[in-house]
Design a binder for this molecule. Structure first.
Ligand SMILES: *[C@@H]1O[C@H](CO)[C@@H](O)[C@H](O)[C@H]1NC(C)=O
Ligand SMILES: *[C@@H]1O[C@H](CO)[C@@H](O)[C@H](O)[C@H]1NC(C)=O
Length: 347
């Protein structure tokens, strides 16, 4: 049963303490996120995005890389090249056993991204998990910005994520920031890896093998970004042929880059990546039947929050008399009183 958007939004805001939505960045403020107080007003004609924690892509569907393509009118943070920054993620989010995260910058409003930091394999979970893990043990990352990041007040900083378990999806949040103190007009680094997105490789479920997909990250071509640099990475003919449908404006060499001279002649064969049947996703956490006697829709809001997952604690059965003729007032959720989230809550 689907509910109107407005009440979905209310579910996210009110029940986030026990609804496991997917991970999203809360600092710096992501474009149009409702989950942060320290955000500028959304630009004219735009509105808050209550699905900011939804994936932007899967192998057969996509949204623009930054999802919302109009930047905020003002930067949400000013960072200094060469200095450390800390990025925070929303608590109580489903982290699907970790996976590969990258932090990148774009100087052409979200078309070309160059990596500034990677958290490969164990993003959010810190170390190799045994089995499925949905609770984050790491909710912030601190790293030092390259000192040669060009200064600009129109930089898009982004977090991208390919999750280890579950549906194959790409997560990507963009924040409009300013960089100052940069020692260079151009920054060259690995191009952000795009996967699980139409026209790009699919990284299969890891199933415990945290090297899965790493060759795409390791072999990512360099890209140069900076103010006024556009189409910085020329698309080779073979790459263009291999990827006829890149996202609009994406200046990348996504699927098959010609190896640079002198490089090993081929990437590891895709066959090296185990393609195993998807592991079942903790069926115990997803009850298929509502508690006795059925009170329609009691459990439904959870399942509708952008595919977020219930956790065992979030779905404690409602104690309802078995044979009651009178209507029984059943609270929507019994386990915890609704804790309104503090917007932009940092741990
Ligand atoms: C990861 O796995 C879950 C579980 O199936 C899936 O629903 C989710 O959308 C996937 N993507 C991410 C990044 O969580
Ligand atoms: C990519 O850029 C980095 C940083 O500038 C540099 O060290 C590296 O040699 C470059 N790699 C290639 C293949 O050009």
């Amino acid at each position: 049963m689907y509910r109107p958007v407005a009440s979905l939004a209310a579910s996210i805001l009110c029940f986030t303490g026990f609804v496991a939505a997917h991970a999203s960045m809360i600092s710096p403020c992501v474009r149009y996120t409702p989950f942060c107080d320290h955000c500028p007003p959304v630009p004219a004609g735009q509105s808050l995005d209550y699905n900011i924690n939804a994936p932007i892509g899967s192998p057969d569907s996509s949204q623009p890389l930054c999802k919302n393509t109009t930047p905020y009118d003002t930067p949400v943070a000013t960072w200094t090249a060469g200095q450390p920054v800390t990025v925070h993620f929303r608590p109580h989010a489903a982290v699907h056993s970790g996976g590969h995260c990258e932090f990148s910058v774009s100087y052409d409003n979200g078309k070309t991204f160059a990596v500034i930091h990677q958290e490969l394999r164990y993003c959010f979970v810190g170390s190799k998990p045994t089995g499925q893990v949905n609770d984050a043990s790491v909710l912030s990352y601190t790293f030092t910005l390259p000192s040669n990041l060009p200064s600009s007040d129109r930089v898009v900083f982004s977090w991208s994520w390919v999750n280890a378990s579950g549906n194959r999806e790409l997560y990507h949040n963009c924040a409009d920031i300013a960089i100052k103190g940069g020692s260079s007009n151009a920054y060259t680094a690995k191009q952000m890896t795009i996967a699980n997105y139409p026209g790009f490789p699919t990284i299969p479920e890891f199933n415990g093998n945290y090297e899965t997909g790493l060759e795409l990250y390791n072999n990512a071509p360099n890209v140069t970004v900076g103010p006024g640099i556009s189409g910085a990475y020329a698309v080779s003919a073979s790459a263009a042929a291999a990827n006829p449908n890149p996202p609009a404006g994406y200046h990348g060499v996504p699927v098959v880059a010609s190896p640079p001279a002198g490089a090993p002649s081929a990437r590891p064969a895709p066959a090296a990546v185990p393609v195993a049947a998807p592991a079942p996703i903790a069926p115990a956490a997803m009850p298929t039947t509502p508690p006795v006697p059925s009170v329609p829709s009691v459990l439904h809001p959870v399942a509708l929050v952008d595919g977020g997952h219930q956790t065992a604690s979030s779905v404690a059965p409602v104690a309802t008399p078995l044979y009651s003729t009178a209507p029984v007032a059943v609270p929507l959720y019994t386990s915890v009183p609704p804790t309104p989230i503090k917007r932009c809550q940092l741990v």
